[in-house]
Design a protein around this ligand. Sequence first.
Ligand SMILES: Nc1ncnc2c1ncn2[C@@H]1O[C@H](COP(=O)(O)OP(=O)(O)OP(=O)(O)O)[C@@H](O)[C@H]1O
Length: 270
Amino acid sequence: MSISVRFHQVSKRYKMYRNNSEKILDIILPGGYGDDFYALQNITFEASAGDVIGVVGVNGAGKSTLSNLITGIIPPTTGTIELNGETSLIAINSGLNNELTGLENIELKCLMLGFTKKQIKELTPQIIEFADIGQFIEQPVKKYSSGMKSRLGFAISVNVDPDILVIDEALSVGDQTFADKCFDKMNEFKEAGKTIFFISHSMGQVKKFCKKAMWLEAGEIKQYGPIDEVLPNYEKFLKEFKSWPKEKQKNFKKMVLEKRSKERKEKVAE
Ligand SMILES: Nc1ncnc2c1ncn2[C@@H]1O[C@H](COP(=O)(O)OP(=O)(O)OP(=O)(O)O)[C@@H](O)[C@H]1O
């Protein structure tokens, strides 16, 4: 199978500021203010055409950052990303302009993907049919429910026929009938040998749909491989995580980062 996505030591770093003055000072005197913070650090992996990968991890693990990097919404701070083919992202509230109508959003997204006016005219009826949101298609997206936004986002993304599809929690909203329709479409993609990244908190959906899984923990890949090997470990961890008090859950990332930093220092000292 040919490689469709290759990440080599990819990191995404943000700056955390304690207050606004620190942020302004950092613009005037770059580098001197704020703390570095990694949403993802040293991510290396490959995905092949035909791979359907469930991306799992608790809140803040870096799943959306990964999806934004794959689809080119944000650039990596360091490292290289190779993509073989067009990518498309389906995410709640993402990629749609709230001020524009559904129809205008279809046109805008297709233009951004390089479609001609003629191609857009041909594609639009099938997008409208798939979204199935009636007269709302002529209304500004700000008037849509989250389910409607997901329907339109999904309809555009699957009908522009990408080679690499990233679905970020988009099926967690909306009704079951629409979710089933989306799974049918995604199965078509699977059979056509496209690469799918399926980001979800629903272990049921991940098990039903994916052959591989990537478990992200505090910005790093904890495990990546066949679903039967990764998911039992993640589910075991998740059960324990959910039994912790809320405060401990909130501090989980900090705990992992401190442990990692200590282990790395010990390794260097050896
Ligand atoms: N633009 C940004 N500026 C600063 N920090 C950010 C930014 N985007 C994401 N982060 C931080 O990076 C970390 C990873 O965020 P991300 O949204 O990728 O996690 P996630 O696994 O998708 O979480 P969730 O399941 O809650 O959606 C979080 O700690 C988040 O606060």
